[in-house]
Design a protein around this ligand. Structure first.
Ligand SMILES: C[S@@+](CC[C@H](N)C(=O)[O-])C[C@H]1O[C@@H](n2cnc3c(N)ncnc32)[C@H](O)[C@@H]1O
Length: 127
């Protein structure tokens, strides 16, 4: 997977999460998830996700919460993880290769997100 071109108004973040923070995050993944996992789980509780919901996880990183969201929305729901960092998406795809088949896409905020752009406004969609 090639990196997103670091251009436009988000160029600094694209470069930072691909070349600096992304590789570090992947290397320290377990420790970071132990540190921030509680906050993420709390946010998921507050979101009140349930079976059948359709979720766009923007900034999904290594996909830990994307996989957790998939468990919560169940087989009747959908979740798509998007991120600007190729190295983190690679890890997310690895994590989803356990058979969950979760989709993870590289995206810039202004780029169309496959499967989302064409979807009608969804009352149950949360990010
Ligand atoms: C602090 S990490 C959190 C990752 C994940 N949500 C988690 O809780 O483990 C922030 C993530 O947001 C991504 N990110 C930053 N700016 C973004 C943007 N404009 N669009 C999509 N992802 C972005 C980074 O690449 C990084 O993976």
């Amino acid at each position: 997977m090639t990196n997103l071109a670091a251009t436009g108004p988000n160029a600094d973040q694209i470069q930072y999460w691909n070349d600096v923070a992304g590789p570090k995050w992947v290397a320290l993944e377990e420790r970071l998830e132990a540190q921030i996992g509680g906050l993420g789980r709390r946010a998921l509780e507050r979101a009140g996700l349930g079976p059948g919901d359709r979720v766009l996880d923007v900034g999904c990183g290594c996909g830990a919460f994307t996989c957790e969201i998939a468990r919560r929305v169940g087989p009747g729901g959908t979740v798509l993880g998007v991120d600007v960092s190729s190295v983190m998406l690679r890890r997310a795809r690895q994590r989803a290769s356990d058979g969950s088949g979760l989709p993870f896409n590289r995206s810039a905020p202004s780029a169309p997100v496959p499967g989302i752009r064409a979807a009608p406004p969804a009352s149950g969609a949360r990010s």
